[in-house]
Design a protein around this ligand. Sequence first.
Ligand SMILES: Cc1cc2nc3c(=O)[nH]c(=O)nc-3n(C[C@H](O)[C@H](O)[C@H](O)COP(=O)(O)OP(=O)(O)OC[C@H]3O[C@@H](n4cnc5c(N)ncnc54)[C@H](O)[C@@H]3O)c2cc1C
Ligand code: SF4
Length: 325
Amino acid sequence: MKLFTYKQADGVDEAIKAASTKTISKFIGGGTNLVDLMRENIEQPDTVIDVTHLPLTDVEELEDGSIKIGSLVRNSHLAANKIIREKFPVLSQAILNGASGQLRNMATTGGNIMQRTRCYYFYDETACCNKRNPGSGCDAIDGYNRIHAILGTSFTCIATHPSDMCVAMAMLGAKIIVEGKNGEREIAFTDFHKLPGDTPNIETVLQQGELITSVVIPPQDFTKNSLYRKVRDRASYAFALVSVAAALEVENGSIKNVRIALGGVAHKPWRAFKAENYLMNKEVTEENFMLAAEEELKDAKGFEHNSFKIGLAKRTMVSVLKELV
Ligand SMILES: Cc1cc2nc3c(=O)[nH]c(=O)nc-3n(C[C@H](O)[C@H](O)[C@H](O)COP(=O)(O)OP(=O)(O)OC[C@H]3O[C@@H](n4cnc5c(N)ncnc54)[C@H](O)[C@@H]3O)c2cc1C
Ligand code: SF4
């Protein structure tokens, strides 16, 4: 591991100032991803800025009914929060489907959003990886790619974003609030993570020195009827092969409101806008659910070991929607 300087920030301004220098710096939340990557020499910051003392640890209901989640709220606390469990059960379910109790006790909301891919070749310093070393190639494309993406891939990278929590947040239409030296800005959750394109090393729209300060979920009653399902190789402690977060409102046998997002299939949490558009005002039938899933997955592209994900994503989507009915 490369030697680095450790700084503890006691205020948001101090954290942003410390990160806005020319040297490579990284914020550290729970450290459950960053420290692993530093041990493997994949992340090599000059400075690690500890943000865990910042006053961003609350979950609060705003006047308009939105819920504001501080970026230092630990995953366990967020999953157990009464307001979250009542208003957005899908978020609680998604978090509890991730990692382990010990990891969730450490992991923060901001760190979870910024966690990096689990592509095996990204973690292997001897492999070619455009994300780790731009221009070096991608050993996953013709290699073992069972866990890789089927939507939004590029010729440079087929990695997935591994978070469960983020799939629920994308489905709920959350916004990410970030603060940097030029002030605060708000980014739609679905615009925050990028597709790989020809710069898979640039994973989000966050600028150098910007800190995630909170996530805001807008008020919406129908998301009380929501569900997260994760399909994986083991019953616990495994990343999603495919996951689905969905919310549904049915009135007189037809669909009044629907939201769907997929995990384990793309470089970002994948909001299923095509399926949602297809389903609006349609009759609630299994056939319509399958047609919507087919619409969403029509541009999916499988690789040697992961083509099974295309059918799996469709079937999981249909099964979650049926359960919500
Ligand atoms: C064995 C294992 C199994 C796991 N299984 C799952 C799983 O099934 N599902 C799942 O979703 N996750 C899983 N995880 C990943 C886990 O959820 C993440 O490691 C965790 O959420 C990261 O949060 P953290 O606070 O520890 O982040 P850190 O490790 O502290 O940071 C991660 C990244 O976020 C950046 N960062 C942190 N806070 C901020 C901020 N406020 N603003 C801007 N940047 C910030 C850091 O600079 C760093 O780049 C697993 C991890 C392990 C080790
Ligand atoms: S899929 Fe992406 S992360 Fe994995 S080896 Fe290829 S470039 Fe690297």
